[in-house]
Ligand binder design. Structure first.
Ligand code: FAD
Length: 401
């Protein structure tokens, strides 16, 4: 079915945009749509994170850069976000022998990136969206199917354990790397819909503050322990702790599979990350209890379906996290989407050309999504290997007893 690309809504009645997913990109997108007068309905699979404690071990903090800050400024949120930020002025490289070297990101004081709590930023965006009064978030509501002919969503309500049917006018997939909206679009029309596993995963650990509540390492840096086929990074948190992420192959001689007991774990850390051992009091508990995240790149084309559906954020372009740009790139998608809405739609005269909005956003953002996907994989090699000075990398094979 080819829907009309020029919809004329009743005067004074703004259209309703449906978002699937109230993650970082969905909730910030809702703020900017609401600011323009659109009604927004979001279906979010999870419970409301503002009423729950965050699950441990899932990407607690993120690097926010100028690209993402630009969109937060457009949403008038930077005043609230700023107190949540810890500046990181460069990469602090940790050698095998425990020596540290700072590689500044730039010469000028403003050339920094920021560490921010994923949960706090997400909560802030949700609350800011709801404050407009024209945004409704339905939690515990998982989108399972989309019927584009009937313009209907099948939503599974986790609380009632029932399927519900909801109609939609336009739907935007902000439902992350395993996007149901992407699958629905590509069931209709697909040139490419590939999930490329990296073969490496990640595990989150933590460095608590010292006994006086202070940081145990330089706070204003992104710390890296490059070690060839694997590496550790650490980002500061506002409470003087660090979130530490170990990246390593999923399978093979030295991998999450092979380091499967306390003895091997201790041996691995003693040989490769000995300076970290005193800083990780819960290493064993966290390593064996926290989930191992799998990393993959999503490449798909198209990112839209007629004038009915669009993908943005990880739903369109999940990337591996080694440039710290996944969220930033998703926020940039929102900026472009809003520019296209401003160009092709007019709420005052009730003229809406969603076909142009969606196809132009797709056309302009796809090359960027593909470029950052490639750069992110290259940067993994740069971060773990090409910092290839022998002093970073243990030359002999690590053998377990
Ligand atoms: P998500 O954050 O995945 O949100 C999707 C939302 O949709 C979730 O709330 C989910 O519950 C919901 N959902 C999913 N399926 C459905 C469904 N069927 N129905 C309803 N709701 C659904 N990016 C950076 O910019 N900087 C960094 O430093 C950085 N570090 C990272 C470190 C790690 C270890 C990882 C894994 C990623 C990192 N990223 C980073 C990437 C960043 O996390 C993602 O790009 C970002 O979360 C994408 O936001 P999103 O809203 O598109 O998707």
């Amino acid at each position: 079915q080819q829907s009309s690309s020029h919809q004329v809504a009743e005067k004074n009645q703004a259209p309703t945009i449906t978002l699937i997913g109230a993650g970082l990109v969905g909730s910030l997108c809702a703020v900017l749509l609401a600011k323009r007068g659109y009604n927004v309905v979001i279906f979010e699979r999870r419970a409301d994170m503002r009423e729950q404690s965050m699950s441990a071990g899932r990407s607690i903090n993120l690097a926010l850069s100028n690209r993402g800050i630009h969109t937060l400024k457009q949403a008038d949120l930077m005043d609230q976000v700023e107190p949540m930020l810890t500046p990181m002025r460069g990469r602090m490289i940790h050698d095998l022998n425990g020596e540290q070297h700072l590689q500044p990101y730039g010469q000028r004081a403003e050339e920094v990136i920021y560490s921010v709590s994923r949960g706090d930023l997400n909560k802030l965006c949700m609350t800011a969206a709801e404050a407009y009064g024209n945004v409704t978030i339905h939690f515990n509501s998982r989108c399972d199917a989309i019927d584009f002919d009937k313009q209907q969503l099948t939503i599974y309500n986790e609380l009632t354990e029932q399927n519900e049917q909801h109609s939609f006018e336009q739907v935007i997939g902000t439902d992350g790397s395993a996007s149901s909206v992407r699958n629905a679009i590509h069931a209709r029309h697909s040139q490419q819909n590939i999930v490329e596993p990296l073969g490496h995963g990640y595990k989150e650990l933590s460095i608590p503050p010292d006994s006086e509540g202070n940081f145990q390492m330089e706070p204003e840096a992104l710390h890296i322990w490059p070690r060839g086929g694997y590496m550790i990074i650490a980002l500061p948190n506002k409470d003087a702790s660090f979130t530490v992420t170990l990246f390593m192959p999923n399978e093979g001689e030295l991998s999450f599979d092979s380091i499967d007991n306390k003895n091997r774990l201790q041996q691995f850390f003693k040989q490769q990350f000995s300076d970290l051992i005193p800083l990780l009091p819960n290493l064993e508990t966290e390593y064996f209890n926290n989930p191992t995240g799998r990393l993959a790149t999503v490449r798909c084309n198209p990112w839209h379906y007629q004038d009915l559906a669009l993908l943005i954020g990880d739903a369109a372009h999940a990337i591996v996290p080694f440039h710290g740009q996944g969220m930033n790139c998703g926020f940039e998608d929102i900026t472009e989407l809003m520019a296209q809405i401003d160009q092709h739609n007019n709420c005052q005269t009730a003229q809406f050309n969603w076909q142009a909005v969606f196809s132009e956003t797709d056309k302009l953002r796809q090359p960027n999504g593909n470029a950052i996907a490639d750069m992110a994989i290259e940067n993994y090699i740069e971060m773990r290997d090409s910092v290839n000075d022998p002093k970073f990398v243990l030359q002999k094979e690590l053998a377990f007893e």
